[in-house]
Design a protein around this ligand. Structure first.
Ligand code: ZN
Length: 279
C-alpha cells in the first residue's frame, strides 16, 4: 500500500470521533442552553427555532474525515448574526453621538406614521430632507408642540448621517450651551463647531433666558450658530415654536437670519405621538 492509500484509509475524523467531539463540546461548563441545543441539532438534526424548517443532513467525506451531521436549511441564523452586529454598531454610534438613552432606539423606520395627515406629511418631509435635501440645505428646524416626535425625527436623521454618511455628529441639550458646568469649558463652542452635524434639542430653552443682544448668553448662541453656518455644518434644531416668526422675536435678526438661511423649517402639528413598534 502506498503512502497516499494509507492516508486515504486513515479517515481521522470518523462518525464516532465526530460524536465524541460534539459531546465534549456540550459538556463544557458555562455553555449556554442555546449553544447546547445547536450542538444537539448538529448531531441529531432538528428544526430551526425561528422558522421551523428542518435542518439538512450533510455528508462530510474528505481525505481526513468521513461523517455526517446537520446544518440549517434556512438563512435565519445568518440574519440573526447580522442583526446582532448591526445592533452593536448602532449602540456604539448612539454613544459616540451623545444621544440620551431614551432616544437610543429612534430611527426613521420606527416613526409612527399612523397619525393625523399633516403630522404624517411632516414626517415624510423630514425623510425627504434626510434622503435628498441634506446637502442642499444646511439643516432642518423642527418646530411644534411637546410630544409630537420632533426629537425622534432629529435623532433618527443624526444617526442616519453618522451611519450612512460617516459624519461626525453630536446631540446637544440646548440648555447645556449656557449651563454653568459647561461655561467653564472655554472651547465648548469651538468644540461643537468641529462636528459635521449638530443636533440642538429644545433650542427654545435658550430663548427663555431672554437672550438680549450683547449679553453673554446671546453672544454664545450667536458664535455657535455663526460657527456652524460658516463651516457649512448640518444643523438640526428642535423647538416648541409655532412658527418661523417666533425665532426672530426670541433671538433677534442676526441669529434668526443665519438659521433661516441655512435651514429648512418644518412645522410638526400638535398631536400625541408614540414610537411605532418595529422589529
Ligand atoms: Zn429558519
Amino acid at each position: 500500500m502506498n503512502v497516499m492509500n494509507e492516508i486515504l484509509e486513515k479517515k481521522i475524523f470518523t462518525q464516532e470521533k465526530y460524536e465524541e467531539y460534539i459531546r465534549s463540546c456540550m459538556s463544557w461548563p458555562g455553555l449556554s442552553e442555546e449553544k447546547k441545543q445547536e450542538y444537539e441539532k448538529d448531531m441529531n438534526g432538528g428544526k430551526c427555532g425561528m422558522c421551523g424548517q428542518e435542518w439538512n443532513r450533510v455528508e462530510v467525506n474528505t481525505r481526513l474525515a468521513n461523517y455526517f451531521h446537520f446544518r440549517p436549511s434556512c438563512e435565519c441564523s445568518k440574519n440573526k448574526d447580522k442583526e446582532k452586529r448591526m445592533q452593536f454598531a448602532e449602540k456604539q454610534v448612539v454613544e459616540q453621538l451623545g444621544i440620551p438613552e431614551k432616544y437610543a432606539m429612534c430611527t426613521l423606520r420606527n416613526m409612527d406614521v399612523n397619525v393625523k395627515p399633516d403630522t404624517a406629511a411632516a414626517i415624510e418631509e423630514a425623510k425627504r430632507f434626510y434622503l435628498y435635501g441634506k446637502f442642499k440645505t444646511g439643516g432642518l428646524v423642527l418646530s411644534g408642540p411637546v410630544g409630537v416626535g420632533k426629537t425622534h425625527m432629529a435623532v433618527a436623521i443624526l444617526k442616519g448621517l453618522a451611519i450612512a454618511e460617516h459624519m461626525r455628529g453630536r446631540f446637544v441639550c440646548s440648555s447645556d450651551i449656557i449651563a454653568d458646568t459647561i461655561n467653564e469649558q472655554k472651547d465648548y463652542i469651538k468644540y461643537l463647531t468641529e462636528y459635521d452635524a449638530v443636533l440642538l434639542d429644545d433650542f427654545d430653552k435658550l430663548a427663555t433666558n431672554k437672550a438680549s443682544e450683547g449679553s453673554w448668553t446671546y453672544e454664545r448662541i450667536f458664535s455657535l450658530i455663526n460657527g456652524l453656518t460658516n463651516r457649512n455644518r448640518i444643523i438640526l434644531i428642535t423647538c416648541n415654536y409655532a412658527s418661523e416668526g417666533d425665532f426672530k422675536s426670541f433671538f433677534g435678526e442676526a441669529i434668526s437670519s443665519r438659521i433661516h438661511e441655512a435651514c429648512l423649517f418644518l412645522h410638526v402639528p400638535g398631536e400625541n405621538y408614540r414610537m411605532r413598534d418595529v422589529k
